[in-house]
Design a protein around this ligand. Structure first.
Ligand SMILES: Nc1ncnc2c1ncn2[C@@H]1O[C@H](COP(=O)(O)OP(=O)(O)OP(=O)(O)O)[C@@H](O)[C@H]1O
Ligand SMILES: O=C(O)c1ccc[n+]([C@@H]2O[C@H](COP(=O)([O-])O)[C@@H](O)[C@H]2O)c1
Length: 189
């Protein structure tokens, strides 16, 4: 069983960490794969951090979690990171694929590329985001986590405004983004 967790991870934050840890503990997948997207298809903007910096942040998160791996498949493929393509690729390695998404992505799932086929190819696990509880279709797994209203967007804005992000980011990641001056130089959005 592969658990796939795709995202922009710009930066990887405490919400991602809690999602990964809770889901991993509940499902005990054979592999837990973090998949940084080259370009998330329904996002209009590009990542602020470079591919290399996003990989590095995910690696730091994995070190702290004590499980998982990072795949550069979508970054190498470039262009729109359609989950359909990624699941098709991973299917050659394992036929049992689970895909984690938050409520915001679940709400726009009908706009995903080849979604009907994708729904046949994998099992979606939806975690509550900015809601206490999700309501999802019967064939989709509804997974509850302690609600944590943190977003990469807010963290980028805080860093640009020289505000605290303590506990919003893993400590090593905070040190890294400050040292590399990734988000201070320009206001994102
Ligand atoms: N705080 C959170 N709680 C639950 N799920 C989350 C949380 N933050 C992100 N996710 C989920 O993790 C996946 C990847 O999120 P992503 O890397 O785009 O972070 P983000 O905080 O939404 O970024 P941005 O603010 O830049 O849009 C998505 O499926 C998203 O729904
Ligand atoms: O395949 C699609 O059409 C599609 C549309 C929107 C999002 N996704 C994926 O969902 C994951 C989370 O996206 P995001 O925008 O929250 O970073 C990421 O892996 C995206 O590639 C995929």
């Amino acid at each position: 069983m592969i658990m796939l967790y795709g995202g922009t991870f710009d930066p990887l934050h405490i919400g991602h960490m809690i999602v990964a840890n809770e889901v991993n503990a509940a499902f005990s997948p054979d592999r837990f794969i973090f998949m940084p997207a080259a370009q998330s298809p329904l996002k209009s903007r590009q990542a602020v951090a470079t591919d290399k910096q996003r990989i590095q942040m995910v690696r730091m998160g994995i070190a702290e979690l004590g499980f998982g791996e990072v795949s550069t498949y979508e970054l190498e493929r470039k262009g729109n990171s359609f989950t359909y393509d990624t699941v098709r690729y991973l299917s050659s390695q394992d036929s049992d694929i689970y895909v984690i998404i938050g409520t915001d992505q679940y709400d726009q799932l009908s706009n995903w590329y080849r979604i009907d086929e994708l729904r046949e190819m994998c099992q979606f696990v939806v975690v509550n985001r900015e809601v206490e509880y999700n309501q999802v279709d019967s064939e989709i797994i509804n997974f509850h986590i302690p609600r944590i209203d943190v977003s990469s967007t807010e963290i980028r804005t805080r860093l640009a405004d020289h505000q605290t992000v303590k506990f919003w980011l893993n400590r090593e990641i905070e040190i890294y983004v400050r040292k590399e001056n990734i988000y201070e130089k320009e206001k994102s959005e």
